[in-house]
Design a protein around this ligand. Structure first.
Ligand code: GRF
Length: 200
C-alpha cells in the first residue's frame, strides 16, 4: 500500500480527482492518509473531511519562521508514515531540508508541458497568460518528481491540450485541469503505487 499525503492551497479539484479515482476502486494500492493545506480557507480541506480523510491546516503565521513551519510539516508527514507527497496546487516552494527528507518521494502537477512555461514565477494564471502570449497551439499539464529546482525534476506523465482561438487564461486553465491534470495526476500516483506493489 502506498501511503500518500496531498498538499493543497486552494480549491483542491486535483485532490477531488484523486479521491474520485480511489472511491471508484481504481487505486487499490493507494491510501490517502492525510491532506495538508497552508491556507485555513482552502476548500480542499472540506473535500477531505467529507471523505473522512484526516485534514490539517499548517499555517506559516503560527510559526516563528519558514524553517520551523517546514519542520512542522515534515513532522506531520512522518507521523502519517507517508511514502509519497503529492503537491496538488500547493503554492509554496519547499527547501532542501524537505526535498532531502522525501527524496524521490514528492510529485507535483504543473499546468503546462514542461519545459515550457515553468520555473520561478510560473504558477496559477501566469502560466496560461504566458502560453497565450506566445501563441502556442498546444499546451497541457505535466506530473513530475520534485527536486531542488523549480519544475526541474524527472517527468512522469504529460498530456497535451489544444489551445482554442477563443481561449483566455481562465478558460485555458479550466480546460487544462479538466482534460489533463485531473487525469494524469491520479494516473501517476496509481503507477507509482503499482510499481511499489510489483517490487515487493
Ligand atoms: C492547478 O492548475 C495546478 O496545476 C496548479 O494550481 C491549480 C490547483 O487547482 N498548481 P486545485 O486546487 O487542485 O483546484
Amino acid at each position: 500500500m502506498l501511503n500518500i499525503a496531498v498538499l493543497i492551497s486552494g480549491s483542491g479539484s486535483n485532490l477531488q480527482a484523486i479521491i474520485d479515482k480511489k472511491n471508484i476502486g481504481d487505486m487499490k494500492n493507494v491510501n490517502i492518509a492525510c491532506v495538508i493545506s497552508n491556507k485555513s480557507s482552502a476548500y480542499g480541506l472540506i473535500r477531505a473531511k467529507e471523505n473522512n480523510i484526516p485534514a490539517f491546516a499548517i499555517l506559516k503565521k503560527d510559526y516563528e519562521n519558514f524553517d520551523l513551519w517546514q519542520k512542522a510539516l515534515i513532522k506531520k508527514l512522518r507521523e502519517y508514515k507517508i511514502d509519497l507527497v503529492v503537491l496538488a496546487g500547493f503554492l509554496t516552494i519547499l527547501t532542501d531540508e524537505f526535498i532531502n527528507e522525501f527524496d524521490k518521494k514528492i510529485i507535483n502537477v504543473h499546468p503546462s508541458l514542461i519545459p515550457s512555461f515553468c520555473g520561478e514565477g510560473y504558477y496559477g494564471l501566469a502560466v496560461h497568460t504566458a502560453a497565450l502570449k506566445k501563441g502556442v497551439k498546444v499546451s497541457g499539464a505535466t506530473v513530475h518528481y520534485v527536486d531542488s529546482g523549480v519544475d526541474t525534476g524527472e517527468i512522469i506523465l504529460q498530456k497535451a491540450v489544444e489551445v482554442l482561438k477563443t481561449d483566455d487564461a481562465h478558460s485555458l486553465q479550466q480546460r487544462i485541469m479538466q482534460e489533463a491534470e485531473w487525469h494524469i495526476l491520479p494516473m501517476a500516483i496509481k503507477q507509482i503505487a503499482d510499481e511499489k506493489e510489483n517490487n515487493k
